[in-house]
Ligand binder design. Structure first.
Ligand code: UDP
Length: 484
Protein backbone atom coordinates (compact mmCIF):
# COMPACT_ATOMS: atom_id res chain seq x y z
CA UNK A 1 0.00 0.00 0.00
CA UNK A 2 1.72 3.20 -1.12
CA UNK A 3 2.19 6.01 1.31
CA UNK A 4 2.83 9.36 -0.22
CA UNK A 5 5.29 11.40 1.84
CA UNK A 6 5.71 15.13 2.05
CA UNK A 7 9.31 16.31 1.67
CA UNK A 8 10.02 19.27 3.84
CA UNK A 9 11.99 22.13 2.27
CA UNK A 10 12.81 25.28 4.21
CA UNK A 11 12.35 28.67 2.51
CA UNK A 12 15.32 30.54 1.06
CA UNK A 13 15.10 34.19 0.14
CA UNK A 14 15.35 34.89 -3.60
CA UNK A 15 16.75 38.27 -2.51
CA UNK A 16 20.11 36.50 -2.20
CA UNK A 17 20.27 36.56 -6.01
CA UNK A 18 20.49 40.35 -6.16
CA UNK A 19 24.31 40.62 -6.02
CA UNK A 20 24.45 37.96 -8.72
CA UNK A 21 21.92 39.26 -11.23
CA UNK A 22 21.90 42.98 -10.40
CA UNK A 23 19.09 45.24 -9.15
CA UNK A 24 17.25 45.60 -12.46
CA UNK A 25 16.88 41.92 -13.10
CA UNK A 26 16.02 41.38 -9.45
CA UNK A 27 13.27 44.00 -9.65
CA UNK A 28 11.79 42.19 -12.68
CA UNK A 29 11.85 38.92 -10.78
CA UNK A 30 10.28 40.41 -7.67
CA UNK A 31 7.56 41.88 -9.84
CA UNK A 32 6.82 38.46 -11.37
CA UNK A 33 6.97 36.86 -7.91
CA UNK A 34 4.53 39.45 -6.55
CA UNK A 35 2.07 38.76 -9.39
CA UNK A 36 2.29 35.02 -8.82
CA UNK A 37 1.95 35.42 -5.04
CA UNK A 38 -1.23 37.44 -5.52
CA UNK A 39 -2.60 34.96 -8.02
CA UNK A 40 -1.74 31.98 -5.81
CA UNK A 41 -3.05 33.40 -2.53
CA UNK A 42 -4.74 30.54 -0.68
CA UNK A 43 -3.66 28.07 -3.37
CA UNK A 44 -0.85 25.54 -3.40
CA UNK A 45 1.66 24.55 -6.07
CA UNK A 46 2.31 20.83 -5.59
CA UNK A 47 5.38 19.12 -7.02
CA UNK A 48 5.11 15.36 -7.25
CA UNK A 49 7.97 13.01 -8.07
CA UNK A 50 9.21 9.65 -6.88
CA UNK A 51 12.25 10.44 -4.74
CA UNK A 52 13.37 13.03 -2.23
CA UNK A 53 17.08 12.38 -2.69
CA UNK A 54 19.48 11.26 -5.34
CA UNK A 55 19.61 12.42 -8.93
CA UNK A 56 19.46 15.73 -10.67
CA UNK A 57 15.67 16.12 -10.49
CA UNK A 58 15.60 15.95 -6.68
CA UNK A 59 18.46 18.48 -6.53
CA UNK A 60 16.67 20.81 -8.93
CA UNK A 61 13.37 20.56 -7.04
CA UNK A 62 14.96 21.19 -3.66
CA UNK A 63 16.43 24.47 -4.80
CA UNK A 64 13.44 25.72 -6.86
CA UNK A 65 10.97 24.87 -4.09
CA UNK A 66 13.11 26.60 -1.47
CA UNK A 67 13.23 29.87 -3.44
CA UNK A 68 9.53 29.72 -4.40
CA UNK A 69 8.62 29.24 -0.74
CA UNK A 70 10.97 32.11 0.09
CA UNK A 71 9.00 34.24 -2.41
CA UNK A 72 5.87 33.62 -0.33
CA UNK A 73 4.21 31.04 -2.58
CA UNK A 74 2.91 27.91 -0.85
CA UNK A 75 4.88 25.29 -2.77
CA UNK A 76 5.03 21.71 -1.56
CA UNK A 77 6.77 18.52 -2.54
CA UNK A 78 5.23 15.06 -2.41
CA UNK A 79 7.10 11.84 -3.15
CA UNK A 80 4.96 8.92 -4.30
CA UNK A 81 5.72 5.35 -3.38
CA UNK A 82 5.18 1.88 -4.74
CA UNK A 83 6.49 -1.67 -4.66
CA UNK A 84 9.88 -2.55 -6.10
CA UNK A 85 8.41 -3.98 -9.31
CA UNK A 86 6.80 -0.60 -10.01
CA UNK A 87 10.19 1.11 -9.93
CA UNK A 88 11.77 -1.64 -12.05
CA UNK A 89 9.03 -0.93 -14.59
CA UNK A 90 9.43 2.86 -14.46
CA UNK A 91 13.21 2.46 -14.86
CA UNK A 92 12.47 0.39 -17.98
CA UNK A 93 10.26 3.25 -19.28
CA UNK A 94 12.99 5.74 -18.38
CA UNK A 95 15.52 3.80 -20.48
CA UNK A 96 13.04 3.53 -23.34
CA UNK A 97 12.51 7.31 -23.44
CA UNK A 98 16.30 7.58 -23.69
CA UNK A 99 16.13 5.26 -26.70
CA UNK A 100 17.66 2.34 -24.78
CA UNK A 101 16.26 -1.17 -24.17
CA UNK A 102 17.26 -1.19 -20.47
CA UNK A 103 16.63 -4.69 -19.12
CA UNK A 104 14.63 -5.43 -22.28
CA UNK A 105 11.52 -6.42 -20.32
CA UNK A 106 8.01 -6.14 -21.73
CA UNK A 107 5.93 -2.99 -21.74
CA UNK A 108 2.65 -4.77 -22.31
CA UNK A 109 -0.80 -5.13 -20.75
CA UNK A 110 0.44 -6.66 -17.48
CA UNK A 111 2.87 -3.79 -16.97
CA UNK A 112 0.17 -1.26 -17.83
CA UNK A 113 -2.04 -2.82 -15.15
CA UNK A 114 0.69 -2.68 -12.49
CA UNK A 115 1.48 0.94 -13.40
CA UNK A 116 -2.18 1.97 -13.18
CA UNK A 117 -2.82 0.15 -9.93
CA UNK A 118 0.11 1.70 -8.09
CA UNK A 119 -0.63 5.19 -9.35
CA UNK A 120 -4.32 4.81 -8.59
CA UNK A 121 -3.45 4.06 -4.95
CA UNK A 122 -1.11 7.06 -4.81
CA UNK A 123 -3.72 9.25 -6.50
CA UNK A 124 -6.32 8.38 -3.86
CA UNK A 125 -4.01 9.73 -1.17
CA UNK A 126 -3.08 12.78 -3.23
CA UNK A 127 -6.59 13.89 -4.10
CA UNK A 128 -7.40 13.90 -0.41
CA UNK A 129 -5.09 16.91 0.04
CA UNK A 130 -5.14 18.64 -3.36
CA UNK A 131 -7.87 21.25 -3.89
CA UNK A 132 -9.45 22.18 -7.24
CA UNK A 133 -7.83 25.63 -7.16
CA UNK A 134 -4.34 24.16 -6.81
CA UNK A 135 -1.68 23.65 -9.47
CA UNK A 136 0.03 20.26 -9.65
CA UNK A 137 3.39 19.77 -11.33
CA UNK A 138 4.05 16.09 -11.96
CA UNK A 139 7.62 15.07 -12.72
CA UNK A 140 8.80 12.29 -15.03
CA UNK A 141 7.31 8.97 -16.19
CA UNK A 142 6.77 7.66 -12.65
CA UNK A 143 3.96 10.19 -12.16
CA UNK A 144 2.31 10.42 -15.62
CA UNK A 145 -0.40 7.92 -14.64
CA UNK A 146 -1.60 10.38 -11.98
CA UNK A 147 -2.67 12.92 -14.61
CA UNK A 148 -6.26 11.67 -15.25
CA UNK A 149 -6.97 11.35 -11.51
CA UNK A 150 -5.82 14.85 -10.65
CA UNK A 151 -7.52 16.41 -13.67
CA UNK A 152 -10.75 14.76 -12.47
CA UNK A 153 -10.19 16.28 -9.02
CA UNK A 154 -10.33 19.68 -10.73
CA UNK A 155 -6.77 20.95 -10.23
CA UNK A 156 -4.56 22.26 -13.05
CA UNK A 157 -2.00 19.66 -14.04
CA UNK A 158 1.34 20.14 -15.79
CA UNK A 159 3.54 17.16 -16.62
CA UNK A 160 7.27 17.95 -16.61
CA UNK A 161 9.44 15.42 -18.40
CA UNK A 162 13.14 15.74 -17.61
CA UNK A 163 14.32 13.21 -20.18
CA UNK A 164 14.35 12.84 -23.93
CA UNK A 165 16.42 12.23 -27.04
CA UNK A 166 16.76 14.13 -30.29
CA UNK A 167 16.29 11.06 -32.53
CA UNK A 168 13.31 8.82 -31.84
CA UNK A 169 13.78 5.08 -32.29
CA UNK A 170 11.88 1.86 -31.63
CA UNK A 171 12.47 2.15 -27.88
CA UNK A 172 11.30 5.73 -27.57
CA UNK A 173 8.16 4.78 -29.49
CA UNK A 174 7.56 1.90 -27.12
CA UNK A 175 7.99 4.14 -24.08
CA UNK A 176 5.75 6.91 -25.42
CA UNK A 177 3.08 4.42 -26.47
CA UNK A 178 3.01 3.18 -22.88
CA UNK A 179 2.53 6.69 -21.45
CA UNK A 180 0.24 8.08 -24.17
CA UNK A 181 -3.12 7.10 -22.57
CA UNK A 182 -2.34 9.18 -19.47
CA UNK A 183 -0.79 12.24 -21.06
CA UNK A 184 -3.65 13.53 -23.16
CA UNK A 185 -5.67 15.34 -20.51
CA UNK A 186 -2.84 17.33 -18.89
CA UNK A 187 -3.33 21.09 -19.08
CA UNK A 188 0.31 21.65 -19.94
CA UNK A 189 3.66 19.96 -20.59
CA UNK A 190 7.20 21.02 -19.90
CA UNK A 191 10.24 19.61 -21.69
CA UNK A 192 13.94 20.47 -21.73
CA UNK A 193 14.21 20.76 -25.51
CA UNK A 194 11.71 21.09 -28.32
CA UNK A 195 13.06 17.97 -30.03
CA UNK A 196 12.17 15.93 -26.91
CA UNK A 197 8.43 16.64 -27.22
CA UNK A 198 6.63 13.48 -28.41
CA UNK A 199 3.82 13.72 -30.98
CA UNK A 200 1.06 13.09 -28.43
CA UNK A 201 1.94 16.22 -26.42
CA UNK A 202 0.31 19.25 -27.99
CA UNK A 203 3.04 21.79 -28.76
CA UNK A 204 0.61 24.66 -28.12
CA UNK A 205 0.35 23.49 -24.53
CA UNK A 206 4.08 22.86 -24.16
CA UNK A 207 6.69 25.06 -22.55
CA UNK A 208 10.42 24.52 -22.95
CA UNK A 209 12.26 25.05 -19.65
CA UNK A 210 15.91 23.97 -19.46
CA UNK A 211 17.22 22.79 -16.12
CA UNK A 212 19.02 25.45 -14.14
CA UNK A 213 21.70 25.61 -11.48
CA UNK A 214 21.69 27.22 -8.06
CA UNK A 215 24.57 29.71 -7.84
CA UNK A 216 24.39 29.66 -4.04
CA UNK A 217 24.58 25.89 -3.53
CA UNK A 218 27.80 24.29 -2.21
CA UNK A 219 28.45 23.14 -5.80
CA UNK A 220 28.33 26.59 -7.33
CA UNK A 221 28.77 29.19 -4.58
CA UNK A 222 31.73 31.57 -4.81
CA UNK A 223 34.98 30.12 -3.57
CA UNK A 224 38.33 31.87 -3.32
CA UNK A 225 41.32 30.31 -5.13
CA UNK A 226 42.91 29.86 -1.66
CA UNK A 227 39.97 27.78 -0.43
CA UNK A 228 39.87 25.78 -3.68
CA UNK A 229 43.58 25.08 -3.30
CA UNK A 230 43.32 24.03 0.33
CA UNK A 231 40.42 21.70 -0.51
CA UNK A 232 42.23 20.16 -3.50
CA UNK A 233 45.46 19.64 -1.54
CA UNK A 234 43.58 18.24 1.46
CA UNK A 235 41.68 15.76 -0.70
CA UNK A 236 44.92 14.67 -2.42
CA UNK A 237 43.93 15.85 -5.90
CA UNK A 238 46.75 18.40 -6.26
CA UNK A 239 50.13 18.49 -4.58
CA UNK A 240 50.74 20.48 -1.37
CA UNK A 241 51.78 22.31 0.63
CA UNK A 242 48.36 23.75 1.30
CA UNK A 243 48.23 27.46 1.80
CA UNK A 244 46.50 29.06 4.71
CA UNK A 245 43.01 29.03 3.16
CA UNK A 246 40.12 27.34 4.87
CA UNK A 247 38.23 24.25 3.70
CA UNK A 248 34.90 25.77 4.58
CA UNK A 249 31.75 26.17 2.55
CA UNK A 250 28.16 27.17 3.26
CA UNK A 251 25.60 24.40 3.44
CA UNK A 252 22.15 24.59 1.78
CA UNK A 253 20.58 25.47 5.13
CA UNK A 254 23.06 28.33 5.67
CA UNK A 255 25.14 26.51 8.30
CA UNK A 256 28.93 26.17 7.91
CA UNK A 257 30.44 23.04 6.39
CA UNK A 258 34.04 21.84 6.05
CA UNK A 259 35.73 19.42 3.66
CA UNK A 260 37.25 16.70 5.84
CA UNK A 261 37.40 13.54 3.75
CA UNK A 262 39.99 12.68 1.11
CA UNK A 263 39.54 11.48 -2.43
CA UNK A 264 40.54 7.99 -3.49
CA UNK A 265 43.02 8.73 -6.29
CA UNK A 266 44.64 6.31 -8.71
CA UNK A 267 47.80 7.71 -10.22
CA UNK A 268 51.36 6.89 -11.10
CA UNK A 269 53.87 9.14 -9.37
CA UNK A 270 53.05 12.57 -8.08
CA UNK A 271 49.92 14.63 -7.89
CA UNK A 272 49.85 17.60 -10.28
CA UNK A 273 51.29 20.78 -8.84
CA UNK A 274 49.06 23.82 -8.36
CA UNK A 275 50.53 25.36 -11.54
CA UNK A 276 49.93 22.35 -13.76
CA UNK A 277 47.18 23.08 -16.31
CA UNK A 278 44.39 20.58 -15.67
CA UNK A 279 41.88 19.18 -18.13
CA UNK A 280 38.96 17.95 -15.98
CA UNK A 281 35.83 15.87 -16.52
CA UNK A 282 33.52 15.29 -13.53
CA UNK A 283 30.85 12.67 -14.21
CA UNK A 284 29.27 9.48 -13.02
CA UNK A 285 31.21 6.40 -14.23
CA UNK A 286 28.86 5.79 -17.10
CA UNK A 287 29.60 4.69 -20.68
CA UNK A 288 27.52 7.57 -22.06
CA UNK A 289 29.89 10.05 -20.35
CA UNK A 290 32.66 8.36 -22.38
CA UNK A 291 35.55 8.49 -19.90
CA UNK A 292 37.46 6.07 -22.18
CA UNK A 293 37.10 8.57 -25.01
CA UNK A 294 38.36 11.39 -22.78
CA UNK A 295 41.38 9.32 -21.82
CA UNK A 296 42.13 8.36 -25.42
CA UNK A 297 41.53 11.89 -26.69
CA UNK A 298 43.94 13.20 -24.07
CA UNK A 299 46.62 10.68 -25.07
CA UNK A 300 46.07 11.76 -28.71
CA UNK A 301 46.87 15.28 -27.51
CA UNK A 302 50.07 14.03 -25.85
CA UNK A 303 51.03 12.12 -29.01
CA UNK A 304 50.85 15.31 -31.05
CA UNK A 305 52.84 18.38 -30.19
CA UNK A 306 51.72 18.26 -26.57
CA UNK A 307 51.30 21.73 -25.18
CA UNK A 308 53.22 22.52 -22.03
CA UNK A 309 52.59 20.26 -19.10
CA UNK A 310 48.85 19.64 -19.13
CA UNK A 311 47.45 16.74 -17.10
CA UNK A 312 44.06 15.06 -17.05
CA UNK A 313 41.77 14.50 -14.06
CA UNK A 314 38.82 12.16 -14.54
CA UNK A 315 36.68 12.48 -11.42
CA UNK A 316 33.45 10.81 -10.35
CA UNK A 317 31.63 9.56 -7.30
CA UNK A 318 33.30 6.87 -5.22
CA UNK A 319 32.34 3.69 -7.02
CA UNK A 320 31.70 1.80 -3.82
CA UNK A 321 29.35 4.44 -2.46
CA UNK A 322 26.68 4.73 -5.12
CA UNK A 323 24.21 1.96 -4.38
CA UNK A 324 21.79 2.87 -7.17
CA UNK A 325 24.38 2.84 -9.97
CA UNK A 326 25.26 -0.84 -10.31
CA UNK A 327 27.14 -0.20 -13.57
CA UNK A 328 29.60 2.22 -11.93
CA UNK A 329 32.16 -0.21 -10.43
CA UNK A 330 32.42 -2.34 -13.61
CA UNK A 331 32.80 0.77 -15.74
CA UNK A 332 35.53 2.12 -13.48
CA UNK A 333 37.32 -1.24 -13.55
CA UNK A 334 37.34 -1.18 -17.37
CA UNK A 335 38.68 2.34 -17.34
CA UNK A 336 41.44 1.25 -15.00
CA UNK A 337 42.40 -1.50 -17.48
CA UNK A 338 42.60 1.05 -20.29
CA UNK A 339 44.67 3.37 -18.08
CA UNK A 340 47.06 0.50 -17.26
CA UNK A 341 47.46 -0.28 -20.94
CA UNK A 342 48.83 3.11 -21.94
CA UNK A 343 52.49 4.04 -21.79
CA UNK A 344 54.16 4.87 -18.50
CA UNK A 345 54.92 8.45 -19.49
CA UNK A 346 51.33 9.13 -20.55
CA UNK A 347 49.86 7.42 -17.51
CA UNK A 348 51.80 9.74 -15.19
CA UNK A 349 49.71 12.59 -16.55
CA UNK A 350 46.29 11.00 -16.07
CA UNK A 351 44.67 10.88 -12.61
CA UNK A 352 41.56 8.83 -11.83
CA UNK A 353 39.73 10.33 -8.88
CA UNK A 354 36.94 8.80 -6.78
CA UNK A 355 35.31 11.55 -4.76
CA UNK A 356 33.97 10.88 -1.25
CA UNK A 357 30.17 10.61 -1.21
CA UNK A 358 29.36 10.20 2.50
CA UNK A 359 28.29 13.84 2.71
CA UNK A 360 26.80 15.09 -0.57
CA UNK A 361 27.40 18.73 0.28
CA UNK A 362 31.06 18.03 1.04
CA UNK A 363 31.24 16.18 -2.29
CA UNK A 364 29.68 19.22 -3.97
CA UNK A 365 32.27 21.55 -2.41
CA UNK A 366 35.08 19.38 -3.77
CA UNK A 367 33.50 19.39 -7.25
CA UNK A 368 33.20 23.18 -6.93
CA UNK A 369 36.95 23.49 -6.12
CA UNK A 370 37.94 21.13 -8.94
CA UNK A 371 35.80 22.83 -11.58
CA UNK A 372 37.09 26.25 -10.52
CA UNK A 373 40.71 25.12 -10.66
CA UNK A 374 40.39 23.36 -14.05
CA UNK A 375 42.15 25.03 -16.98
CA UNK A 376 39.62 23.35 -19.28
CA UNK A 377 36.46 21.46 -18.30
CA UNK A 378 35.38 18.75 -20.74
CA UNK A 379 32.10 16.90 -21.12
CA UNK A 380 32.67 14.37 -23.83
CA UNK A 381 29.25 12.71 -23.48
CA UNK A 382 27.90 10.51 -26.25
CA UNK A 383 24.34 11.52 -25.20
CA UNK A 384 23.13 14.15 -22.77
CA UNK A 385 19.64 15.41 -21.89
CA UNK A 386 21.14 18.57 -20.45
CA UNK A 387 24.65 18.68 -18.97
CA UNK A 388 24.46 20.08 -15.47
CA UNK A 389 28.25 19.78 -15.26
CA UNK A 390 28.47 21.98 -18.36
CA UNK A 391 26.33 24.70 -16.78
CA UNK A 392 28.30 24.42 -13.53
CA UNK A 393 31.66 24.86 -15.27
CA UNK A 394 30.35 27.70 -17.46
CA UNK A 395 29.10 29.50 -14.35
CA UNK A 396 32.64 29.27 -12.96
CA UNK A 397 33.98 31.01 -16.06
CA UNK A 398 35.77 27.92 -17.37
CA UNK A 399 36.28 27.27 -21.07
CA UNK A 400 34.34 24.08 -21.80
CA UNK A 401 34.96 21.55 -24.57
CA UNK A 402 31.86 19.40 -25.00
CA UNK A 403 30.16 17.11 -27.48
CA UNK A 404 27.42 18.69 -29.58
CA UNK A 405 24.75 16.31 -28.28
CA UNK A 406 21.30 16.83 -26.73
CA UNK A 407 20.85 19.83 -24.47
CA UNK A 408 24.56 20.75 -24.57
CA UNK A 409 23.82 22.28 -27.99
CA UNK A 410 21.50 24.79 -26.29
CA UNK A 411 23.95 25.52 -23.51
CA UNK A 412 27.11 26.33 -25.48
CA UNK A 413 27.24 28.55 -28.55
CA UNK A 414 30.21 27.10 -30.36
CA UNK A 415 33.18 29.45 -30.43
CA UNK A 416 31.39 32.00 -28.22
CA UNK A 417 30.74 30.41 -24.86
CA UNK A 418 32.71 27.19 -25.28
CA UNK A 419 33.78 24.74 -27.98
CA UNK A 420 31.49 22.05 -29.37
CA UNK A 421 32.76 18.85 -30.97
CA UNK A 422 30.25 17.97 -33.73
CA UNK A 423 31.04 14.24 -33.71
CA UNK A 424 31.39 13.01 -30.11
CA UNK A 425 33.52 10.07 -31.29
CA UNK A 426 36.05 12.28 -33.12
CA UNK A 427 39.11 12.04 -30.85
CA UNK A 428 41.30 14.18 -33.12
CA UNK A 429 38.80 17.04 -33.06
CA UNK A 430 38.62 16.68 -29.27
CA UNK A 431 42.42 16.73 -28.92
CA UNK A 432 42.81 19.71 -31.22
CA UNK A 433 40.17 21.70 -29.30
CA UNK A 434 42.13 21.03 -26.10
CA UNK A 435 45.37 22.04 -27.81
CA UNK A 436 43.81 25.24 -29.10
CA UNK A 437 42.64 26.27 -25.64
CA UNK A 438 45.87 25.29 -23.89
CA UNK A 439 47.82 27.44 -26.35
CA UNK A 440 45.46 30.39 -26.62
CA UNK A 441 44.92 31.92 -23.21
CA UNK A 442 43.01 34.88 -24.61
CA UNK A 443 40.49 32.58 -26.27
CA UNK A 444 40.09 30.57 -23.06
CA UNK A 445 39.48 33.73 -21.08
CA UNK A 446 36.90 35.09 -23.48
CA UNK A 447 35.02 31.78 -23.77
CA UNK A 448 34.94 31.56 -19.97
CA UNK A 449 33.67 35.15 -19.59
CA UNK A 450 30.91 34.60 -22.17
CA UNK A 451 30.02 31.26 -20.61
CA UNK A 452 29.39 32.83 -17.21
CA UNK A 453 27.20 35.53 -18.75
CA UNK A 454 25.25 32.94 -20.71
CA UNK A 455 24.47 31.01 -17.54
CA UNK A 456 23.58 34.23 -15.72
CA UNK A 457 21.15 35.08 -18.50
CA UNK A 458 19.53 31.69 -19.17
CA UNK A 459 20.42 28.94 -16.73
CA UNK A 460 19.99 30.26 -13.18
CA UNK A 461 16.98 29.14 -11.14
CA UNK A 462 15.52 32.66 -11.25
CA UNK A 463 14.81 32.34 -14.99
CA UNK A 464 12.95 29.09 -14.64
CA UNK A 465 10.89 30.40 -11.71
CA UNK A 466 9.75 33.26 -13.96
CA UNK A 467 8.85 30.87 -16.77
CA UNK A 468 6.92 28.61 -14.38
CA UNK A 469 5.07 31.68 -13.09
CA UNK A 470 4.12 32.74 -16.63
CA UNK A 471 2.94 29.20 -17.38
CA UNK A 472 0.67 29.17 -14.32
CA UNK A 473 -0.81 32.53 -15.38
CA UNK A 474 -1.57 31.12 -18.81
CA UNK A 475 -3.14 28.00 -17.31
CA UNK A 476 -5.45 30.15 -15.21
CA UNK A 477 -6.37 32.30 -18.15
CA UNK A 478 -7.02 29.26 -20.31
CA UNK A 479 -4.40 30.24 -22.91
CA UNK A 480 -2.07 27.44 -23.81
CA UNK A 481 -3.31 25.27 -21.06
CA UNK A 482 -6.83 24.13 -21.81
CA UNK A 483 -7.15 20.40 -22.14
CA UNK A 484 -8.14 19.15 -25.53
N1 UDP B 1 28.38 15.03 -9.67
C1 UDP B 1 28.79 15.17 -8.35
N2 UDP B 1 29.79 14.39 -7.89
C2 UDP B 1 30.44 13.51 -8.69
C3 UDP B 1 30.03 13.38 -10.04
C4 UDP B 1 28.99 14.16 -10.50
O1 UDP B 1 28.24 15.98 -7.61
O2 UDP B 1 31.34 12.83 -8.21
C5 UDP B 1 27.28 15.90 -10.11
C6 UDP B 1 27.66 16.92 -11.15
O3 UDP B 1 28.35 18.00 -10.57
C7 UDP B 1 26.27 17.28 -11.69
C8 UDP B 1 25.51 15.96 -11.60
O4 UDP B 1 26.25 15.13 -10.69
O5 UDP B 1 25.64 18.22 -10.86
C9 UDP B 1 25.44 15.24 -12.92
O6 UDP B 1 24.51 15.87 -13.75
P1 UDP B 1 24.66 15.81 -15.33
O7 UDP B 1 23.45 16.50 -15.91
O8 UDP B 1 25.98 16.36 -15.76
O9 UDP B 1 24.66 14.26 -15.68
P2 UDP B 1 23.73 13.04 -15.16
O10 UDP B 1 24.56 12.34 -14.12
O11 UDP B 1 22.46 13.63 -14.64
O12 UDP B 1 23.57 12.19 -16.38
Amino acid sequence: MPRISEVSVGPRSPGQFEPIVGPERMARFLDAAHRLRTRMAGRVVWNVNSTATGGGVAELLRSLIAYTRGAGIDTRWIAIDGPREFFVLTKRIHHALHGQPGDGSDLGDGEQLLYEEVLHENAMELVAVIRPEDVVLLHDPQTAGLIPHIVRAGAKVVWRCHIGVDEPNEQTELGWRFLAPYLETAHGYVFTRKTYVPPMCDLARTEIIPPTIDPLSPKNQDMTPETARTILVHTGIVEGPANTGSREFTREDGSPGRVDRSADVIRLGRAPSWDTPLVVQVSRWDPLKDPHGVLKGFTALLDGTAPANAELVLAGPNVHAVADDPEGPAMFEELLQTWRSISHSERRRIHLVNLPMADVEENAAIVNALQRHATIVVQKSLREGFGLTVAEAMWKGRPVVASAVGGIQDQIEDGQSGLLIPDPEDLDAFASALRQLLEDRELSLSLGRNARERVREHFLGLSSLETWGALIERLDEGGNGEPR
